[in-house]
Design a protein around this ligand. Structure first.
Ligand code: MN
Length: 259
């Protein structure tokens, strides 16, 4: 048993969500799977860490733990404490209820949990399912199983994770993609509460995405599973290069030949 791969499963929809239950079941035959997940919905909390209070956990079974914290808390706690006697070989985050594509990856607790794995030196993938008629987590879970097995066998490049989006229905195939662009038409909706005071709801409008082939939005909307490799280092090397070449007045002149 000692050499079976160890998989840490988490999410941002919360421990009781169907997506993580189906995912954990699907990954079970790959090795020793642990579920360490938030005890309630934590969608769109991004990469938040809880620093202003202690974390409490509830043990729901052998290798099953609910945490009163964020997805990032769960991965940090899992790796540095609960599973500290042996690092996990893989972090899998999901299956999220709803796509995480384009700029979503910056807001998503699902994707951030996978990045936390990467930061702590463990290969990771995030997986999300589109919302629509005929929604079923089982096909996505089956793909997660096969991809997890592939990552366990082949590894991933350092500081990289795979962000997977699975369309509703039977996928036509799998496409390797880059992040696309989505625009929110009404980012904040203003209303009045029953007492006549101004209130605001974030994220009320229908988003529209740009139909660019090769992007996650386009390929998932065309019925394909989208797999986007994401890198932890967000440095824009082209801009770095061009800023260095133009030597703006606010920057020191570059000396040496740092990469
Ligand atoms: Mn979510």
């Amino acid at each position: 048993m000692a050499n079976l791969p160890r998989i840490l499963v988490t999410n941002d929809d919360g421990y009781t969500s169907e997506g993580i239950q189906v995912l954990a079941d699907a990954l079970e035959d790959l090795g020793e799977d642990w579920v360490v997940a938030p005890n309630r919905e934590q969608s769109a909390v991004s990469h938040a860490l809880t620093l202003d209070r202690p974390l409490r956990i509830e043990r729901l079974g052998e290798r099953r733990v609910a945490v009163d914290g964020t997805p990032t808390d769960c991965v940090a706690l899992g790796i540095s404490n609960l599973m500290a006697n042996r690092l996990p070989d893989l972090v899998v985050s999901g299956i999220n209820f709803g796509f995480n594509m384009g700029a979503d990856v910056h807001y998503s607790g699902t994707v951030s949990a996978a990045f936390e794995g990467v930061i702590l030196g463990v290969p990771a993938m995030a997986i999300s399912l589109g919302v629509g008629e005929g929604l079923s987590f089982h096909l996505a879970a089956s793909f997660a199983h096969d991809l997890a097995q592939w990552i366990l066998e082949n590894g991933l490049a350092r500081d990289t994770l795979l962000n997977v989006n699975v369309p509703v229905g039977t996928p036509l195939g799998v496409r390797l993609t880059r992040l696309g662009v989505r625009r929110y038409t009404e980012g904040v909706i203003e209303e009045q509460d029953p007492r006549g005071r101004q209130i605001f709801w974030i994220g009320g409008g229908q988003p529209v995405w740009e139909a660019i082939p090769g992007t996650d939005f386009h390929e998932a909307a065309s019925g394909f599973v989208s797999v986007t490799p994401l890198h932890l280092d967000m440095t824009d090397r082209k801009s770095l290069q061009s800023l260095r070449e133009t030597s703006p007045s606010w920057a020191d002149t570059l000396s040496g030949t740092e990469e």
